[in-house]
Design a protein around this ligand. Structure first.
Ligand SMILES: Cc1cc2nc3c(=O)[nH]c(=O)nc-3n(C[C@H](O)[C@H](O)[C@H](O)COP(=O)(O)O)c2cc1C
Length: 407
């Protein structure tokens, strides 16, 4: 396997995650100390200068987001670590939290200091009860050592709803309501948890923060792609030789990910497609494999980096069948709050089922295309907006697979 660049996973496998002393001996909590010796605005400027953009899917500049919350006037502010990781095929946040939980706590505490928040929550995927235990142990140790100062962290557990990874549905869920997205604006940095300024950042984003404070924003900005600097933790799954988690600079190409790190297609078969970014990610054909994985290059190719799941499919995979299963997933996961998603995901699934059963026509494909385009702009949140992406990109790049199933 090609050599990784480990920034977020710098301590992975090297320290005992259950021993805070190991983290401290590896230089842990020094970045927090350094941050506290700086002004809040200098900390935010350092993060902004690093160019760090959210690793949870939307790719928003972290420093800029922190600045919105810093400037908002309130008696209480919050930091939320989004550890919902409900995306099938994604386990990068689990890997980070299991291998180095204190890097996430330290990143949260630095954010708390920068924006003026004394309370943090980690919203952890319900299917990760062992991670919740581990996080609670790490928080207890940090409290005992006093390293977090007046910043406190509580872990909340999700209950298995994919939509609760969406930041406002997540906030609703922490507040004890049904996990449904809110209308935006206002955005959470202005009005989030209990109406207070709230930063919601992904696990990987927050775990990147201590090293940025330690080595400087300029150092980080020099890694990987200029418009989306740093590294990305990816999970390689599907028909690839090495099914594993890797961390690579963001200017790595998809081809390098699959062949240099993934070891190529398993069983000596040929490549067919790769879906990047999770269930709602685009299906990428061979002709686009030289695309860099950074957020902007992926967008330009009509795809998204999303959470960093890389699902490789070999020549034997039935694309229409795979997309049909994905459509079923979205019908099931739609929260039903807005009509375009509630009805749209159901119709997408029905039409895909029809085509997959060999009972569809060219008119059904045209209808899918139209419905998908409407949903991508009409749905309330990213779930419904992105749900048609596998349908739309496979109709675009894998048309022969659809034609082969027409009536
Ligand atoms: C349906 C849906 C699910 C999401 N799931 C997650 C998730 O599991 N983890 C995550 O960090 N972001 C998830 N997001 C993105 C969040 O809404 C938000 O953009 C992110 O947590 C912000 O953190 P970042 O700026 O550090 O990326 C999801 C978005 C949508 C629409």
């Amino acid at each position: 396997m090609a050599e990784e660049m480990r920034v977020v996973l710098r301590n992975y496998g090297k320290i005992d995650p259950l021993k805070i002393e190991d983290y401290i001996n590896a230089g842990g909590y020094q970045a927090l100390e350094k941050a506290r010796s700086m002004s809040q605005t200098d900390v935010i400027e350092e993060v902004r200068k690093s160019g760090l953009r959210g690793r949870g899917g939307a790719g928003f500049n972290a420093g800029q987001k922190w600045n919105f919350a810093f400037q908002a006037q309130a008696d209480q502010k919050y930091v939320i670590c989004n550890a919902d990781e409900g995306e099938p095929g994604t386990y990068k946040d689990r890997t980070i939290m299991q291998g180095d939980p204190h890097s996430v706590l330290e990143g949260m505490a630095i954010c708390g200091y920068a924006i003026g928040a004394s309370k943090g929550y980690i919203y952890c995927r319900g299917e990760y009860p062992y991670v919740v235990d581990l996080l609670n142990q790490a928080i207890d140790q940090a409290r005992e050592k006093g390293v977090l100062g007046d910043f406190d962290i509580e872990v909340r557990m999700g209950a298995g709803a994919y939509v609760c990874g969406e930041e406002t549905a997540l906030i609703e869920s922490i507040e004890g309501h049904r996990g449904e997205p809110r209308f935006k604006p206002p955005y959470p940095p202005v009005s989030g948890l209990w109406g207070k300024p709230t930063i919601v950042n992904n696990v990987e984003t927050l775990a990147s923060v201590p090293v940025i404070l330690e080595k400087g924003g300029d150092w980080y900005a020099g890694l990987g792609a200029a418009s989306y600097p740093g590294t990305k933790v990816l999970t390689l799954t599907g028909d690839v030789v090495n099914k594993t988690v890797i961390e690579v600079p963001t200017n790595t190409t998809i081809c390098e990910v699959i062949y240099d790190f993934g070891g190529g297609i398993a069983g000596g078969k040929a490549f067919k497609a790769v879906q990047i970014g999770g269930t709602s990610g685009a299906f990428i054909p061979e002709s686009l494999l030289d695309t860099q994985i950074d957020f902007d290059s992926m967008s330009a190719a009509g795809a998204s980096l999303g959470s960093g799941a890389v699902l490789v499919m070999d020549e034997t995979r039935d694309i229409v069948d795979v997309v049909c299963r994905i459509a079923k997933f979205f019908e099931h996961e739609s929260c039903g709050k807005c009509a375009p998603c509630r009805e749209g995901t159901m119709r997408l699934h029905k039409l895909m089922n029809k085509l997959n059963a060999g009972e569809g026509s060219a008119a059904d494909i045209a209808l899918l295309n139209k419905l998908g385009r409407v949903m991508s702009v009409a749905c309330l949140c990213g779930l419904g907006q992105a749900a048609p992406s596998p349908v739309l990109t496979t109709i675009k790049h894998f048309q022969p697979d659809y034609n082969a199933k027409l009536q």
